[in-house]
Design a protein around this ligand. Structure first.
Ligand code: FE
Ligand code: FE
Ligand code: ZN
Length: 305
């Protein structure tokens, strides 16, 4: 069966472990998901409960979620490009090694990683630092790291397919490295998604489509080339609904898990207190292939019912 592989970022907590992620995914009517193994902004990580992991795998089997379509996102404070502070650089390398071990225990085979920011060291030095670190981390067998394409905010690396390719070429154990294409990020980086076929053939020429391991499905609050990295709900940004649908249903991306990281909805326009996940309604809208201009109010209604 050629079912659309789609899901979203879900939360992970120690009490429910991987089983909690699966339940949240099912609530959204999704068949894929991505999570952080702890808080995304820090590196405090608890041990993994094996019983909850077994339960999660059992539920996934029953509910038709293929573990191949489950992704872990490494915390975004890991910066492999910056070795100014060697202690921090080594910490990042060791943390990533641990993260890959956790992924293995959880049975997850793909870990998305932001390549890093050179913070003034220059692009070449930054890229070399990333390559050096990845070669430490990717020795032997284990899960795949998917390098995420970045918006090019500040000194972020991985803002062009060429930079990603440079990193891949430097990694010896190349079977353990793939790419995560983030639609908001590549648009912000200057790839015009009004012509996705052109962008994809450029990806294929520079990196190779066989290296595409994950797609992040986000609209962008800003026009292409803005280097801002602010995600918008599907159809509510500058990429637009029709372009997003073309990407999501593209033949070449059929087997690749598509993960929404669109913003939560606040209770009303002024209140920032309560927020609701948009994913159930966004996935419904994507499956219907029809833009819902009332998406935001529908989400508020649903969570206040
Ligand atoms: Fe990311
Ligand atoms: Fe992303
Ligand atoms: Zn982003």
């Amino acid at each position: 069966m050629d079912e659309l592989i789609i899901g979203s970022h879900v939360s992970y907590n120690i009490a429910e472990g991987l089983a909690g992620c699966v339940l949240e995914t099912l609530k959204y009517g999704a068949n894929a998901f991505m999570f952080y193994t702890g808080a995304p902004q820090n590196t405090i990580r608890a041990g993994i409960d094996l019983e909850l992991t077994d339960l999660a795998h059992k539920t996934m089997k029953e509910q038709g979620i293929d573990i191949k379509n489950v992704i872990i996102h490494a915390p975004y404070i890991i910066n492999l490009a910056n070795n100014k502070d060697l202690e921090k650089y080594d910490f990042s390398i060791n943390f990533l090694k641990q993260e890959l071990k956790r992924s293995e225990i959880l049975g997850v085979n793909k870990v998305v990683l932001h390549p890093g920011s050179h913070v003034g060291l220059g692009e070449e030095t930054g890229l070399n630092n990333i390559i050096y670190a990845l070669n430490q981390v990717l020795e032997g067998e284990g899960p795949i790291i998917c390098l995420e394409t970045m918006a090019g905010k500040g000194t972020e690396l991985g803002k062009t397919f060429e930079e990603i390719k440079t990193i891949i070429d430097g990694v010896s154990n190349s079977k353990r490295i793939m790419v995560c294409l983030d639609t908001c990020h590549i648009s912000d980086a200057g790839y015009d998604l009004n012509d996705f076929d052109k962008v994809l053939s450029e990806f294929d020429e520079v990196i190779g489509l066989e290296k595409l391991g994950c797609v992040h499905i986000n609209d962008s609050k800003n026009v292409y080339g803005s280097h801002k990295d602010r995600h918008a709900n599907i159809g509510f940004g500058e990429i637009g609904f029709d372009n997003m649908i073309k990407i999501i249903y593209h033949q070449a991306l059929k087997k690749v898990p598509k993960i929404l990281e669109t913003p939560y909805i606040s209770e009303n326009d002024s209140s920032k207190k309560r927020t609701y996940p948009p994913y159930k309604q966004e996935i419904e809208m994507i499956r219907a292939k029809k833009f819902n201009p009332n998406l935001i109010t529908d989400i508020r209604k649903y969570y206040n019912r």
